[in-house]
Design a protein around this ligand. Structure first.
Ligand code: GH3
Ligand code: MG
Ligand code: MG
Length: 327
C-alpha cells in the first residue's frame, strides 16, 4: 500500500482491464479492492469505504453511472473520488456522467502515467476534504462548548450562589416585565418583601455557617410554600422578594402569611438545643398612583418596616396594619 494507506476500488466486467489496473496501482503502492460487477463493488464499498473508485461505464446489470449515483446516495461527510473509464463512443454522454457525480474520466485504453496522475489528484482532493471535515467537526465541538459555557455564565449571573434562588438582578428584570404586562393588560401585580428577624443574632450565637444554613432552609421553605406561578428571589443578605403576577393583595397576604408560619414552624437543631428563626414580611400591590416598579418595592419596604416596628414575626399589608399576630 502507498504511504497514505489509500485503497482503490476498481470495477470492471473485463478481467484483462482489472488485471492491468491492479498491476499499475499495486506497483505504485496502492491497495486494490477488485470487483467484477457493480453489485460486488457496492458490497466492498460498504465494507472498506475506499475514497477512490475507478469504474467501467458499460457493465451488465448495474452500469457505471448507476453505481456512481448509488454511491453518492450512501456517502456522508466524506469525499469519494469517482473516476469513470470511457471509450470513444461514450464521450458525448460526459455531461450526463458529471450530473450523477462522476469526478473524472480516463479513456480506454489508458496510459499508466495518466492513470496514476488521476489517482494522485483524487487522493489529494480526498485528503483536503477529510481535513476540512475534521476542522468542521472541531469547530462544531468548540461552538457547542462555547454555547454551554455561555448558558452556564448566564445562569450564574442570575443565580444566587448560596441558595440557588434567582438573584436581585433577575428579580428586577422579572419585576419590570411583570409591571409592563400588568399595565398593558390592566391585571393586578403584587409582591412581598421578606426580612429575617434579628439575623445578626443568629450569626453571633451560632456562627456564620449556621446563618448560611438558615438562609438555605428559608429558601426551601419559601419555594415549597408558593404556587408555581409565584416566584421567589434572594435580593439581599437576609432579604427575599416574592412576586405574584396577576394577583392582588389578598392572595399576596395569604401567601406571605403561609411563608411566615412555615418559617416559624421550621426548627433549626444544634447539638443539645433547638432554636426558631422568624421573618417579617411587607406586602404591596400595584396601584394607579405608582409610576415605576420601584414605587411598588418602596411600598412593600415601608410595610416591612412597620412589621419590624410592630414586633417582628409578622406580615403587614399596604394599609400599614399587621395581617398576622406577633408571636
Ligand atoms: P432585623 O430584625 O432588624 O432585620 O435585624 P437583623 O439582625 O436581621 O438585621 P441587620 O441588617 O442588622 O443584620 C443582617 C445580618 O445579616 C448582618 C449580616 O452579617 C447578615 N448576613 C447578610 N448576608 C449573610 C449571609 O450570606 N450569610 C450569613 N450567615 N449572614 C449574612
Ligand atoms: Mg435586612
Ligand atoms: Mg433582618
Amino acid at each position: 500500500m502507498n504511504q497514505d494507506g489509500e485503497q482503490i476500488l476498481i470495477v470492471d466486467d473485463d478481467e484483462t482491464t482489472l488485471d492491468l489496473l491492479q498491476l499499475h496501482l499495486e506497483r505504485a503502492g496502492y491497495g486494490v479492492l477488485r470487483a467484477a460487477n457493480a453489485g460486488r463493488a457496492l458490497l466492498l464499498f460498504a465494507e472498506h469505504c475506499p475514497r477512490i473508485i475507478i469504474s467501467d461505464w458499460l457493465m451488465p446489470g448495474i452500469d457505471g453511472l448507476e453505481l456512481c449515483s448509488r454511491i453518492r446516495d450512501t456517502e456522508y461527510n466524506r469525499l469519494i473520488y469517482f473516476v469513470m473509464l470511457t471509450i470513444q463512443s461514450e464521450k458525448d454522454r460526459l455531461m450526463e456522467a458529471f450530473d450523477v457525480g462522476v469526478d473524472d474520466f480516463l479513456s480506454k485504453p489508458f496510459h499508466e502515467g495518466e492513470l496514476l496522475a488521476r489517482v494522485r489528484a483524487g487522493c489529494r482532493l480526498a485528503t483536503v476534504c477529510d481535513q476540512l471535515s475534521e476542522r468542521n467537526q472541531t469547530l462544531a465541538r468548540n461552538n457547542a462548548e462555547l454555547s454551554s459555557l455561555t448558558d452556564r455564565l448566564r445562569k450564574a449571573a442570575s443565580t444566587d450562589e448560596l441558595t440557588q434562588l434567582p438573584n436581585r438582578r433577575q428579580a428586577m428584570t422579572r419585576l419590570h416585565e411583570m409591571w409592563v404586562y400588568a399595565r398593558r393588560t390592566e391585571t393586578p401585580l403584587s409582591c412581598a418583601m421578606i426580612d429575617v428577624d434579628h439575623f445578626k443574632n443568629v450569626n453571633d450565637q451560632y456562627g456564620h455557617l449556621k446563618g448560611d444554613e438558615v438562609l438555605q432552609k428559608l429558601s426551601q421553605v419559601l419555594i415549597t410554600s408558593l404556587r408555581a406561578s409565584d416566584t421567589v428571589y434572594r435580593i439581599g443578605g437576609e432579604e427575599f422578594l416574592l412576586l405574584f403576577p396577576r394577583e392582588g393583595v389578598e392572595h399576596a397576604l395569604v401567601c406571605a402569611e403561609r411563608c411566615r408560619g412555615a418559617m416559624e414552624a421550621a426548627v433549626f437543631a444544634d447539638p443539645g438545643r433547638t432554636h426558631a428563626v422568624t421573618v417579617s414580611v411587607g406586602v404591596a400591590e400595584r396601584n394607579a398612583e405608582m409610576s415605576t416598579p420601584d414605587d411598588l418595592l418602596n411600598c412593600a419596604d415601608a410595610a416591612l418596616y412597620r412589621a419590624k416596628e410592630a414586633g417582628r414575626n409578622t406580615v403587614v399589608g399596604p394599609d400599614g396594619s399587621p395581617a398576622s399576630a406577633v408571636a
